[in-house]
Design a protein around this ligand. Structure first.
Ligand code: GDP
Ligand code: MN
Length: 428
């Protein structure tokens, strides 16, 4: 569960980290009037649960009340990557005199070590710093998952920050305290991420100008103290996290994960493959296999786009919706499917796929070639249905290529499908 910036700041402040003085959270520009001095500079910050607001116009500075009201009117109702700005946090602007730092604590998903990351190049995406100037980042992993950041590590991290910041030398002790406190917040609230970016070095010491906290949903049950502190009564569903496809799948009742960002720009030289696998394990395997076959035989020009899993025993309607989602997904050039019928039935699977293709063809909706294989439960009736369907509506099903039974391994089916799609594009 993600916290809004003002909530994260409350948590950091409770730990003793300085944050800018808040003037309030506003839903209407007019309400700001009378709350700010005519010449008091303030920051207006969109309360949305995504990062990178600065670049999208979601963080603005106003010189005083009049400008703040004007800017607020512009920002409220703004869309930041499809999420509308309904509330603004207004704070006194703080002035950095000694630079901007990044301080973050997270868990390394590769080895599960708690990891502290600091950089004197704060205020920009840490991913960008990592790409462009990795020497400006220090990462310290704590395999023992210590409750408090060990003294020696805190000193080492602070010294690294202090040496890279203009005003670092005089604020080294204060930086060390902030790093330890961010770490303490991470542990105390069962965080997945606790981060300050930027931590501004002001004349009065380091101030957290931005704050990000993501709570581990598995730990929420023991965070009633934090909920109380923030005035929250129930856990919040992170509506801004899933993509449109993911939301659609959730509504339909199957699991789906997009592997590409929603604003991913398609590479016109690559083939994008959607996957309707049979089961979660097969879903993960298919992603690897499509990428592997693409690397080996097609010059690495093949991109798997999704994970999907129907769970045991989907209905015909759900199978149809799984295919519908991928046909509606404009990036997808080819669908690879496999039904390894254990719990779920090949018969239901093929009825769902055929029904989906017929309806879409009839309605003139977008369809891409489908290659796949089905084996296992209910195969005889599935085969009968498929043969009859192809005789009845050959035109509707002409781009559907389903191997019945174990005559081929999936790698061959995948390779054939990609070959077919490459040929259609005139690629070699
Ligand atoms: P994000 O883009 O969503 O991470 O939003 P931030 O809160 O980090 O704001 C974007 C940028 O605005 C920061 O990197 C800072 O450069 C700047 N900024 C935000 N708050 C303040 C502030 O109080 N004072 C100053 N001088 N700059 C700020
Ligand atoms: Mn930020």
């Amino acid at each position: 569960m993600r916290l809004y910036e003002n909530e994260a700041k409350t948590a950091f402040e409770r730990e003793g980290i300085a944050v800018p003085r808040a003037l309030g959270v506003f839903e209407r520009a007019a309400d700001i009037r009378g709350r700010i001095g005519p010449d008091s500079p303030v920051m207006l910050k969109a309360l949305v649960l995504i990062g990178g607001r600065g670049k999208a116009g979601g963080v603005r500075r106003a010189a005083g009340q009049a400008e703040a009201v004007l800017l607020a009117a512009q920002m409220l109702g703004l869309k930041i990557r499809d999420y509308s700005v309904e509330r603004l946090l207004v704070e006194e602007a703080v002035e950095a005199v000694g630079g901007a730092a990044y301080v973050g604590v997270t868990m390394n998903p590769g080895d599960f070590n708690v990891t502290v990351i600091v950089s004197p190049a704060g205020g920009v995406d840490i991913e960008q710093v990592a790409r462009e100037s990795p020497e400006k980042i220090l990462r310290v992993e704590l395999p023992a998952n210590d409750e408090a950041l060990p003294e020696a590590e805190a000193s080492r991290l602070a010294a690294f920050l202090a040496s890279g910041l203009a005003g670092g030398a005089v604020q080294a002790d204060a930086l060390k305290a902030v790093i330890s406190k961010v770490y303490a917040v991470f542990q105390k609230y069962d965080c997945k991420v606790a981060e300050i970016n930027p931590l501004l070095l002001t004349a009065a010491g380091p101030v957290a100008a931005d704050a990000k906290i993501v709570l581990d949903d598995n730990g929420l049950y023991r965070q009633s103290g934090l909920f109380h502190l923030l005035g929250l009564t129930t856990a919040r569903h992170d509506v801004s996290e899933p993509t449109r496809n993911e939301v659609r799948a959730r509504v339909a009742g199957f699991r789906y994960v997009d592997l590409l960002a929603e604003d991913h720009k398609k590479d016109p030289g690559k083939l994008y493959v959607g996957l309707v696998p049979g089961g979660a394990g097969y879903g993960i395997f298919s992603i690897d296999e499509v990428a592997n076959v693409g690397d080996r035989f097609f010059g690495g020009r093949v991109v798997p786009v999704n994970f999907m899993d129907s769970g045991g025993g989907p209905t015909v309607e759900m199978v149809a919706e799984m295919f519908d989602l991928l046909f509606d997904y404009q990036a997808v050039d080819l669908v690879i499917t496999s039904r390894f019928g254990g719990i779920s039935s090949c018969d239901i699977f093929i009825r769902g796929l055929v029904g989906c293709l017929r309806e879409r063809r009839k309605a003139g909706r977008r369809v891409v070639p489908v290659f796949g294989r089905m084996v296992g439960t209910d195969l005889p009736s599935a085969r009968d249905f498929l043969e009859k369907a192809k005789r009845e509506t050959p035109e509707e099903l002409k781009d559907m290529h389903i191997t019945v039974g174990n005559r081929k391994i999936m790698a061959e089916v995948i390779r054939e499908g990609i070959r077919y799609a490459f040929d259609r594009k005139g690629w070699t």
